[in-house]
Design a protein around this ligand. Structure first.
Ligand code: FES
Ligand code: FES
Length: 162
């Protein structure tokens, strides 16, 4: 047992956990941030994706101890000032979810994807980058549509601000 400290959704947190505790379990069980899901035990489904120091990671594949001192963003920290993040809003507007189980991971993956590709994001890239995120419900079509819509919206907002 050791105290692990990190910044999660802008808040300094610390909690005792065993050395073998996975980051996803630390988030869900120690911090009660249950928006990050566990959908497999083989690092395949992507339901557990969070951002660690700005990059998307599968939190089921990282020990909490490895994340000590880092900055973590989970789905709970994405909306700001009561407003959905543009990616969340696009999933809502484009019916990018059905049961919603995969959605936190999809959204966190999409935010990182848009950060890296910006307005250059195209359908083939979205489909290729979603390789690590599994959805059992939607057939992916509206997920891809949501991500492309969010990328266009965010590029437009950035241009307007310049
Ligand atoms: S729970 Fe992490 S990839 Fe499935
Ligand atoms: S919306 Fe149900 S698993 Fe994706």
């Amino acid at each position: 047992m050791a105290k692990v400290k990190m910044t999660v959704n802008g808040r300094q947190v610390g909690s005792d956990c065993e050395d073998r505790t996975l980051l996803v379990h630390f988030l869900r069980e120690n911090l009660a941030l249950t928006g990050t899901h566990v959908g497999c035990d083989t690092t395949q489904c992507g339901a557990c994706v969070v951002h660690m120091d700005g990059r998307s990671v599968k939190s089921c594949t990282i020990l909490a101890a490895q994340a000590a001192g880092s900055t973590i963003l989970t789905i709970e920290g994405l909306a700001a000032n009561g407003e959905l993040h543009p990616v969340q809003a696009a999933f809502k507007a484009n019916h990018g979810l059905q049961c919603g189980f995969c959605t936190p991971g999809m959204v966190m993956t999409a935010v990182d994807m848009i950060r890296r590709h910006g307005a250059n994001l195209d359908e083939a890239t979205v489909r290729s980058e979603l390789d690590g995120n599994i959805c059992r419900c939607t057939g992916y079509h509206n997920i891809v549509k949501s991500i492309l819509a969010a990328a266009a919206e965010m590029a437009g907002a950035q241009q307007a601000a310049e």
